[in-house]
Design a protein around this ligand. Structure first.
Ligand SMILES: Nc1nc2c(c(=O)[nH]1)N[C@H]1C(S)=C(S)[C@@H](COP(=O)(O)OP(=O)(O)OC[C@H]3O[C@@H](n4cnc5c(N)ncnc54)[C@H](O)[C@@H]3O)O[C@H]1N2
Ligand code: MOO
Length: 458
């Protein structure tokens, strides 16, 4: 790795405005995370967890209330017997068939030893019995499904295994099944049901409102080709991008869409985003608002305009230039108390900023630990502009190394959105680096994943 020894590292050398100290990526992550906390815990029925979005996070430890299995049951179709009725040397004995045990019905009462009870897998074993001899090991040979059960006696012998699933051999009441902070998995839903639970205490799933700003935007769903956007106008891809990223991060997205570069329109859209509609009171809980665009220095930068003008609804404004490429202009605030993360509008900047700043915030809201970087070697060399952390879309090779993701036509410019198409991770190259060499170890942030099990309680 080639580094830049100039004292300009940490300053923004890449712009023609006067160089000034930029906020580090870590400081901006901390500023974002300082504004969010794990959401409250609510009891959600197991059926709703099974049917709903995956990956809910437990707010409480989960302990079994009932034993699994709940009773001693047959593990094979066959005959329930008392071992002392079968010769210890393994020779065969003929016993009268004294009853039937079926799944879903209590074991036949009485009977006692000296006989055999016809029993099907899953049926409770009679109290006096302590083993099941599989039917294929007996004179009966097999049961006919749905057929008569007429045999009056059966010849069988002691078997090496009892084929009885003992009450509570799997789970005992009070056993810890999962911890606060763990993700709800399909297996947990099933085991919890078996262990007598009907609901789990999970953190509320975060709801994130996303909206784009820019008078150049036309709704992407309107179609970019027909009708062709008027000159100078482009499809609003960012609100789709953010909504999909929010979902992938483990939250629900409310897509407000695009608003023009008009401060009052943005204020109204923010009210809409946080669920306040013309005096009707709070709407659905929104935990975070994410906007794109309008945060740089342009005359029509509407987010900056709203952040700069006094407003009762606006609090805790924090406008920052972050030592990050792409993704330098960033801002934070609260709108009607709801944390608002304002990302730059350039789609690659928005994508990178989401991965670095918003995905960790979603993880914290959900009760998870934010996704971590992993160490990967670079498969090839590339040059890196110094002065800011350079985030590079990469793809992971079968060897585990990463190579720079290139657009299908070979373009790999910092703002080529098509370079994102083949990327499965972002390489985070330190700000002093001018060249990444093949074999260099890099911090790489995988793009899938929602974070790891969290600490549970705040
Ligand atoms: N004089 C300066 N100009 C700029 C600076 C600066 O510091 N001084 N910073 C540059 C950097 S870095 C970035 S990044 C951009 C970010 O600017 P904004 O957040 O104000 O973004 P916009 O100007 O609104 O848009 C930038 C670019 O992205 C396109 N865009 C915006 N929204 C969408 C959307 N929803 N879907 C698709 N594409 C979108 C927009 O059309 C512009 O091309 O500012 C630099 N300028
Ligand atoms: O820093 Mo801007 O986000 O590169 O394009």
């Amino acid at each position: 790795m080639t580094t830049d020894p100039s004292p300009d590292g940490g300053h923004d050398g890449g712009h023609d405005e006067p160089a000034r100290v930029l906020r580090s990526v870590a400081e901006h992550v901390a500023a974002v995370l300082g504004r969010v906390a794990p959401l409250p815990v609510q009891d959600v029925p197991l059926a709703a967890l099974a049917a709903g979005a995956p990956g809910r996070v437990l707010g409480d430890d989960v302990r079994a209330v009932a034993p699994v299995p709940p009773f001693d049951g047959a593990a094979m179709d066959g005959y329930a017997v008392r071992l002392t009725d079968l010769p210890a040397d393994g020779s065969a004995v003929t016993l009268p068939v004294v009853g039937d045990a079926r799944p879903g019905a209590p074991a036949p009462a009485g009977g006692g030893g000296g006989g055999a009870v016809r029993i099907m897998t899953g049926a409770p074993v009679p109290e006096w019995a302590d083993a099941v001899v599989p039917v294929e090991r007996t004179s009966t040979g097999r049961f006919v499904a749905g057929g008569p059960t007429t045999e009056r006696e059966v010849t069988l012998a002691r078997q090496p295994r009892a084929h009885v699933r003992r009450r509570a051999e799997d789970v005992r009441p009070g056993d810890l099944l999962a911890r606060a902070g763990d993700a709800v998995t399909p297996a947990l839903v099933a085991v919890a049901a078996s262990a007598g639970l009907v609901a789990l205490g999970v953190r509320r799933r975060p709801v994130v409102a996303v909206l784009s700003t820019g008078s150049e935007l036309v709704p992407a769903d309107a179609g970019a080709v027909a009708p062709a956007p008027a000159a100078g106008r482009i499809p609003d891809s960012n609100s789709l991008l953010l909504a999909a990223l929010v979902r992938a991060a483990g939250a629900d997205a409310v897509r407000v869409g695009a608003v023009p570069d008009d401060a009052d329109a943005l204020r109204a859209a923010l009210d809409d985003a946080v669920g306040v509609r013309s005096g009707e009171g709070p709407g659905p809980d929104v935990d975070l608002v994410v906007t794109t665009g309008g945060v740089s220095a342009g005359a029509s930068d509407v987010v900056r305009a709203v952040l700069a003008s006094p407003d009762d609804r606006l609090r805790d404004v924090d406008v920052a230039a972050v030592a990050l490429r792409p993704g330098r202009p960033q801002a934070l605030a609260r709108w009607r108390g709801v944390p608002w993360v304002a990302l730059p509008g350039s789609p690659v900047s928005a994508f990178v900023s989401f991965a670095l700043f918003v995905r960790p915030a979603v993880a914290v809201l959900a009760g998870r630990v934010p996704p971590a970087t992993v160490r990967r070697r670079a498969a090839g060399a590339w040059s890196s502009p110094p002065g800011r952390v350079h985030v590079v879309p990469v793809r992971t090779l079968a060897s585990g190394e990463v190579e720079r993701a290139e657009a299908p036509d070979g373009a790999a410019g910092g703002h080529a959105t098509s370079a994102l198409l083949g990327a499965d991770a972002l390489a985070v190259v330190p700000d002093g680096t001018t060249k990444v060499e093949a074999g260099d170890e890099l911090d790489v942030l995988p793009l899938d994943g929602t974070g790891s099990p969290g600490p549970g309680s705040p």
